[in-house]
Design a protein around this ligand. Structure first.
Ligand code: GRF
Length: 205
């Protein structure tokens, strides 16, 4: 093992909204020597995630339009912060190809449906649950996947079903999905961080 192998894996979270998943991840890694959330970036100046990061004492910033829309600018921002792992937690912007290329299998996303169902551009948050309920599906679920340059399209890491109970309204489904996300997302991030640590330990410096 080298000294490098002991460095905590540097996690950067990108989020556009409330940030309840981001909060769970920040809490999970608080005090961890294996991985650390070193920054939270949002494209949305009013995103609740910014306040959550502030409360958790995590560096946070609002990205300018060119920082989230221009691939080389976002790539350079993440490289400047020496990100090892990029976690999309309710992030609504497309990740440009330059960023995907610079972080192969190092960017993950969580989606509130069983992809490929109810995924793609414009399918996020309440819109997903609304469509599921409208179709009268008997179950929905969550997907955690690697990110490529298309919305909700990368290789799937984990999926978990949520049975829809008779009489459920959209908000019941939403709550059940959030509950499952909070329970599972931090653990998946931790698994990936461990994988990155192992790769470091095995690769000659
Ligand atoms: C989650 O349901 C996630 O699956 C989706 O956006 C939502 C974000 O919720 N990508 P929150 O901001 O973490 O509360």
């Amino acid at each position: 093992m080298t000294v490098e192998a002991h460095q905590p894996v540097r996690i950067v979270i990108l989020a556009s909204g409330t940030g309840s998943n981001a909060q769970k991840i920040m809490e999970y890694f608080q005090g961890s020597e294996d991985a650390s959330v070193i920054a939270v970036f949002s494209n949305n100046p009013r995103a609740g995630v910014l306040e959550k990061a502030a409360k958790a004492g995590v560096f946070h910033a609002v990205m300018e339009k060119e920082q989230y829309s221009q691939g080389t600018v976002l790539r350079d921002l993440l490289l400047a912060h020496r990100a090892d792992l990029v976690v999309l937690a309710g992030y609504l912007k497309l990740i440009p190809a330059e960023v995907v290329a610079a972080f192969p299998e190092r960017i993950i996303n969580i989606h509130p449906s069983l992809l490929p169902k109810y995924g793609g551009k414009g399918m996020y948050g309440g819109k997903v649950h609304e469509a599921v309920m409208k179709n009268g599906d008997s179950f929905s679920g969550i997907t955690i996947h690697f990110v490529n340059e298309r919305y909700d399209d990368g290789a799937i890491i984990l999926q978990k079903k949520v049975p829809i109970q008779a009489g459920w309204k959209q908000e019941d489904l939403e709550a059940a999905i959030h509950h499952l996300e909070h329970a599972l997302f931090p653990g998946v991030v931790a698994d990936l961080a461990r994988h990155i640590q192992q790769k470091r330990a095995n690769s000659p410096q």
